[in-house]
Write a protein that binds this ligand. Sequence first.
Ligand code: NAP
Length: 224
Amino acid sequence: MNILLSGCSRGIGLQILQVLLNSDKVETVFALSSNINRLPKHSSIVAVEVDFMTDLWMDKVIEYVNDKEIHGLINNAGYLYNGKTGAIPQYEINKMLTINYSAPLQLIQGLLDNLKRGKAHIVNIGSMGGVSGSSKFPGLSVYSSTKAALANLSECWAEELKEYGIASNCLALGAVNTEMLHEAFPGYVAPTSAIQIAKAIVEFTLSFDKVMNGKIIPLSVSTP
Ligand SMILES: NC(=O)c1ccc[n+]([C@@H]2O[C@H](COP(=O)([O-])OP(=O)(O)OC[C@H]3O[C@@H](n4cnc5c(N)ncnc54)[C@H](OP(=O)(O)O)[C@@H]3O)[C@@H](O)[C@H]2O)c1
């Protein structure tokens, strides 16, 4: 299988990449990263340097993927700025919208033919904060609502793309110990590690598209 993964130089994405490389089902990983020097060296990785805050990054992805079928696309890249609505800088709002919502949308648009041919499983990495009825936290309004938009896209794509055999789901993560979490909430220790969640994400991506489509699935050990 050929898998495209975004945001994989650190945190959950780096662990997903490692798990993919250890899977005998995976042939190639198109690894999109703004920091490709930090990616592991491996013959199965096609590293594509992208910064979603710039123009023309999609042209580069299309060039690298070329005519290869894509069987799984994991939209893992994400950005969180902890700031209350009255004080959050416009630049940070745009950055969360671009990385958490617009970039996954552009990827599906730009790679639609590759996804059709691979009958791909699109897996969007959402957040519990973006799930209706979950606990909400001050400072995360914009972040959580961009993840809610991504979750909704996951449901809509399932309907739009099912005629091509493409499945689309969203995994809504609870807190996971990564640099992102520690930068946003210094001192907080989450109950889940990046490798634990990465194993679940990879298993889900490689195997669950035949039994789930258009679902927003909480991956969280706490309730609600
Ligand atoms: N950690 C948690 O508690 C938690 C909870 C719920 C949801 N999530 C979600 O899980 C995913 C992974 O989070 P994480 O905790 O591992 O965070 P992270 O370490 O900050 O990883 C996010 C990745 O997004 C990529 N990215 C950021 N800005 C980018 C840009 N301008 N262009 C291209 N890529 C960019 C980066 O990858 P490169 O360095 O490779 O570019 C970065 O490593 C995110 O979508 C996050 O929202 C995390």
